[in-house]
Ligand binder design. Sequence first.
Ligand SMILES: NC(=O)c1ccc[n+]([C@@H]2O[C@H](COP(=O)([O-])OP(=O)(O)OC[C@H]3O[C@@H](n4cnc5c(N)ncnc54)[C@H](OP(=O)(O)O)[C@@H]3O)[C@@H](O)[C@H]2O)c1
Length: 307
Amino acid sequence: MKAAFIQEQGGPEVLLYGDLPDPQAGPGEIVVDVHAASINAADWKVRSGSYAKLTRFPYVLGRDFSGVVAETGAGVSDLAPGDPVFGVLDAGQEGAYAGKVAVRADLAARKPEGWSHEEAVALALAGLTAIVSLEETLKLEAGETILIQGGAGGVSGFAIQLAKHLGATVVTTASAANHDYVRGLGADRVIDYRAQDFTEEISGVDAVFETVGGDVALRSFDVLRPGGRAAFIASGGQAPKPPRSDVTALRPNVARARRHMERVAELVAAGVVTVPPIRTFPLAQAADAHRVSEARHLRGKLVLKVR
Ligand SMILES: NC(=O)c1ccc[n+]([C@@H]2O[C@H](COP(=O)([O-])OP(=O)(O)OC[C@H]3O[C@@H](n4cnc5c(N)ncnc54)[C@H](OP(=O)(O)O)[C@@H]3O)[C@@H](O)[C@H]2O)c1
């Protein structure tokens, strides 16, 4: 199969394109002929080594996929060759930047009719993360106010729409060029983080969904009401320690499950969430796609077209 892979960690140029052996379906697994894989911010962090030092090469990146079942392993009865599926690989597993990927069958959901593979994969890990963060971790309730940091990003764009659906008031941060975009997603108030300090603009919010990291994450505690809670997905495996004792810092456990993909499909079918703007690259140009992702100003999602 063709794949985009790395033989060493480093800049985008370490992403190579070539042939690797096809994976086999183990017990309980399917092999998917991948049509599209999305680029997630985690990918360039893994590639560069900022997450961890990799020890096995060649290493294929890519956490979510959309494609068609090519093969089923022993014990798989609910999916068959030819079924269109999408999903997120198990935690700790990567390999979707490739013509084929082996995945636990119970993590793959049927791709809704009418969605392209590019659309399905653009919604997969981004949707999963937003759903787990807002519904299961923050347990956002109607009538609450939430600050969603980095509103124009892949995860946050989904989260803004979901938070509105849950009945919350949404404040978000974005650069001026993205203000109309995030308002269109439903944001009630937008803070231009380049011109304004969000900690001076708002206070007393019930919840924060933090997707930017660094200093933005630490300062997000300042805007919470006493008893408020914040969920962090861009600060590593643990939430940062709050500098005050009257708020809660949470790290969502973004566990993979078919039911989350079905929830994504349900939200899109109900018109709650729209498909984000998608910029596609051929698999062979994964390095160029990483350059765009790493610049951290993409609106919506980047998708690799595999076939
Ligand atoms: N399972 C997990 O835990 C999980 C899953 C998915 C993602 N993540 C993490 O979540 C983070 C977001 O992921 P993503 O894929 O949604 O990111 P993304 O799409 O790459 O986010 C890019 C967006 O961030 C905005 N941005 C950049 N700097 C900003 C700032 N200082 N303040 C406000 N907005 C800013 C940009 O908007 P402007 O152009 O308007 O600046 C751009 O639209 C990443 O760190 C990723 O690793 C974790």
